[in-house]
Design a protein around this ligand. Structure first.
Ligand code: MN
Ligand code: MN
Length: 467
């Protein structure tokens, strides 16, 4: 009797896919390694809260590892390391491989923009002797989450004299911060009857920035005048200079360990800097790969990838063409033989909200890097849906190299949906699959990832570059 049982058990082990918590499949030293991998990741998150800051931080790390600005006129040879910055907001880095470029390249593409509040072109106003900024939210946010938390101001202003002024207020310990106010519960009876989507409306995302008047008896808008005067003294700007600015309101808090066991990281902007950082670390470690490794850190994913710094633009295509041209090869020949990991986060199962997920096909925290064969919504609309061949290649690579992975769909069928840059790269005739880190509270000001999953993402990108 017991023999039959153990044979059945054996058979079950052989035939069933039986995912387990990654920590139960890892050696203690590898778990430790995963945890320490996330210490510099937290520093990266604090230093790179906007796409521009992510590019700057990325370039610094690339330069330290011997990457040099890309020169389209040069013919690059195996082992050469280059990077190209696109308008300060997106970045491509490459390590030239041993194989001829016409054999294709291996691309990891993540995005470095995150949901936030952008200042309107005419943001400053005064009401009831308070000074505020009008904002226009960027990306998919639940607006109520952005009230009553400390906020920082980041960005760049091109002023009337063509000067570039960089702004960062709210990050240093001694800096002031800002906030969006919310109504006290005592007076919120009517507000509480609104739907959650309308609980805070777009035009109510006004950022509090000052309350002291300019001392004068004659004029109106004294608080606004005082505020603009302070900005003029500090930055030399006037109200019109906001028109030619990209100023972003982001959470002011820093990345922190979560849990008594410190197994998770909470921070603003894991989506998608968790994949940007891990893929960046992977290419920094890559030396003399067989095929050329290409890292793409794109902007504008959160608003549909349009624009000249988003992945619907030609900048990746042009970079590949420029890399190939000195070898007498067409860019399209390279792309047609290329493979890509579209590096983006996916939703992790949340036990507080189990109903939106289908438990067998959702990703879980700590189950490793998540492979998403297709994204989209309503009958796979808007996805590139990776082929069985490419999915097989990637999962076999991860199995072979001991990278712990899982599969995950974004919610139940017809529950909602979403997309990544995968489709736009697939449209260039590249084999693409989504691979990334599962996230709790995605798009919230404070998102959660597991340290083990972060580490597995890094390992996956590295093994993909060097296989
Ligand atoms: Mn994303
Ligand atoms: Mn997103």
């Amino acid at each position: 009797m017991s023999e039959t049982k153990s044979a059945a058990k054996e058979l079950k082990e052989k035939l069933f896919l039986d995912p387990k918590h990654a920590a139960l499949r890892m050696e203690e030293k590898d778990v430790k390694e995963a945890f320490s991998f996330c210490d510099p990741y937290k520093e990266f998150l604090d230093a790179a809260k906007t796409e521009r800051e992510a590019v700057k931080t990325g370039v610094k790390l690339l330069e330290e590892k011997g990457f040099r600005p890309f020169d389209p006129a040069r013919k690059y040879l195996p082992g050469d390391k280059v990077y190209a910055v696109n308008r300060g907001k997106s970045l491509i880095a490459a390590v030239v491989g041993n194989e001829p470029i016409e054999n294709g390249v291996r691309i990891a593409a993540a995005h470095i923009d995150s949901p936030r509040l952008d200042l309107k072109p005419r943001p400053v106003y005064e009401d009831a002797e308070l000074a505020l900024f009008k904002t226009h939210y960027y990306g998919g946010i639940k607006k109520y989450q952005w009230t009553a938390i400390p906020l920082a101001l980041h960005g760049v202003i091109i002023d009337r004299n063509d000067r570039t002024i960089e702004v960062s207020v709210g990050e240093a310990e001694e800096d002031p911060v800002f906030c969006v106010t919310d109504l006290l519960p005592h007076l919120a009876a009517a507000q509480m009857k609104r739907t959650l989507a309308e609980g805070i409306k777009g035009e109510e995302l006004n950022v509090l920035i000052g309350s002291l008047p300019f001392k004068d008896d004659e004029i109106s808008d004294k608080v606004k005048l005082n505020l603009l005067n302070l900005l003029f003294e500090k930055y030399g700007i006037t109200e019109s200079d906001f028109l030619s600015a990209e100023l972003e309101i982001v959470p002011a808090f820093k990345a922190k360990d979560i849990g008594i066991d410190r197994s998770m990281v909470g921070a603003y902007g894991h989506d998608d800097r968790v994949c940007a950082y891990t893929a960046l670390q992977a290419i920094l470690k890559t030396e003399r790969p067989a095929k050329t490794s290409v890292l793409v850190l794109a902007d504008k994913e959160e608003i549909g990838s349009d624009g000249n710094t988003g992945l619907k633009s030609a900048f990746l295509r042009y970079f590949i063409a420029d890399l190939a041209k000195p070898h007498g090869i067409e860019g399209r020949t390279v792309l047609s033989h290329s493979e890509c990991l579209s590096a983006d986060v996916n939703a992790a199962f949340d036990p507080t909200f189990p109903d939106v997920a289908e438990r067998k096909n959702t990703a879980y925290l700590n189950y490793g890097v998540v492979i998403t064969k297709y994204t989209g919504a309503r009958g796979k609309s808007g996805t590139s849906d990776a082929s069985a061949e490419f999915a097989g290649k990637v999962r076999n690579l991860l199995d072979r190299t001991g990278v712990i992975w899982q599969t995950g769909e974004l919610g139940k069928v017809d529950q909602g949906g979403g997309g990544t840059v995968a489709a736009y790269i697939a449209n260039l005739n590249v084999d693409v699959i989504d691979l990334g880190v599962p996230v709790l509270s995605m798009h919230a000001p404070f998102e959660v990832v597991s340290k083990i999953d972060v580490y597995m993402a890094y390992r996956a990108f590295y093994e993909f570059f060097v296989y």
